[in-house]
Design a protein around this ligand. Sequence first.
Ligand code: AHG
Ligand code: MN
Ligand code: MN
Length: 341
Amino acid sequence: MNTVGKPPANPGRDDVRIMTLQAHILEQQAHHPQAGGTFSWILSALSISAKIIADKVRRARLENVLGSLGSENVQGEVQQKLDVLANEVLLRTLGGREGVAIVASEENEEPVILREDSQGIPRYCVLFDPLDGSSNLDVCGGVGTIFSILAHDGRAQRAEDSLLQAGVRQVAAGYVLYGSSTVFVLTIGKGVDMFVLDPSIGAFMRVEQNLRVPSGNKTYSVNEGNRKTFPEGYRHYLDWAQSSGYSSRYAGAMVADVHRILLKGGVFLYPPTLKSPEGKLRLMYEANPMAMIMEQAGGKTMAGPKARILDIQPTAIHQRTPVILGAADQVDAVLTHLASG
Ligand code: AHG
Ligand code: MN
Ligand code: MN
């Protein structure tokens, strides 16, 4: 039958509806009272930041902003020029939002207090890794932005008192992957939704709702260069996986590795090492938001044989944690070996 020129049979159907991130946020706001106006404005600031950073990442070589800045951040890590630029973009966009009380970033030693009193408005703390995997930039590898949103405690005496909440209390979390396309993944505690930037119209378009991490994918993602200094249980796991038909995939950017696992299954590991006995990844703006997304997609996330990442009570904004996250079946396979290691 020739259907050219005819309207779709049912243009209101969910699978044919065009939904932008902006419209999705408004839809959520209508369904969930906790997603009120000030909160929605924060998500919109993150969406604008993502578009600006995506543009900077794409033009980095042309505008000569690749390479290191010659400085180190609070973690003692070399800052790339784009780490600093992305941080400024986020600080500027979030800074204008009434609902943001405090921001904390990988690139700033101290949290930035924007608004102290609540004035009857629900306010939030936003924590972020402005550019994750930034050493991939020079080689056109995938990089990302990770964010975590917590409710601000207006009674807190110090910024830390409001910020240092366990990951289980996150109101929302997400990441942006600047890869072959720019992808925005978001949870506000009701499943995980995915949006892709359409550069021709400058909008994030919803492409997936309620993502579920698939099981049965025999793939692990870990920096095996560190294997000799992993605790014994992790080495047992790798021995077992390598004799059980597993594949290895490692992008060197958590956002890129976690995104692959969210869509395809498998497990991501950053164990303790001799160099980083607490693990390398940061609890509050890398592990917690990724753990919330993974659990909201039906996956599992642990900081070791016993501790669930989201239950860790933080004691410092930049504290680190070991990370095991991915499909529940694949995380359980790791845990079996940690228990016997
Ligand atoms: P960042 O660029 O924000 O410092 O993060 C880099 C992190 C993370 O993205 C990645 O999973 C990990 O570092 C890679 O570390 P190794 O090079 O030690 O494998
Ligand atoms: Mn990072
Ligand atoms: Mn970073």
